[in-house]
Design a protein around this ligand. Structure first.
Ligand code: SF4
Ligand SMILES: [Zn+2]
Length: 122
């Protein structure tokens, strides 16, 4: 069972819980365990750190003062995710172009390995 901390009373509760069993704070929207309800913890609204506010794609009426939102997406997390993806794809790209440039050497090394295996097994 995955555990989260209640944003209101900070007790540990089941991640799937629709409301906090200690303070009754609603944790999921529409009573559905699959729809998390994000809540601002301090004075700032959720929109201040939301991806959809930053890229101006949100048209919820509560923007930019939302204290609760089902669609909230943390901007810092998204940027970190994109950066990780970019690094992974650039590494893949580097490997691809390196192997294309050294295709003949790789082929030769592969053939040598096969020959060595045949010689050792014989
Ligand atoms: S999705 Fe929610 S938190 Fe994000 S900008 Fe829109 S209203 Fe604000
Ligand atoms: Zn609680």
């Amino acid at each position: 069972m995955a555990i989260i901390s209640c944003p209101h009373c900070h007790q540990l509760v089941d991640r799937e819980a629709i409301s906090c069993p200690y303070c009754r704070t609603t944790l999921k929207a529409y009573g559905h365990p699959g729809i998390p309800l994000h809540r601002a913890t301090g004075e700032d609204s959720l929109c201040d750190s939301c991806t959809y506010h930053a890229d101006n794609t949100c048209n919820f009426p509560q923007r930019p003062y939302a204290k609760e939102c089902t669609l909230y997406d943390n901007l810092a997390d998204t940027q970190l995710r994109l950066e990780t993806q970019r690094q992974a794809s650039s590494w893949t790209g580097t490997m691809k172009s390196w192997s294309q440039r050294h295709q003949s050497w790789l082929l030769l090394a592969g053939l040598l390995c096969v020959c060595l295996l045949i010689a050792l097994s014989g």
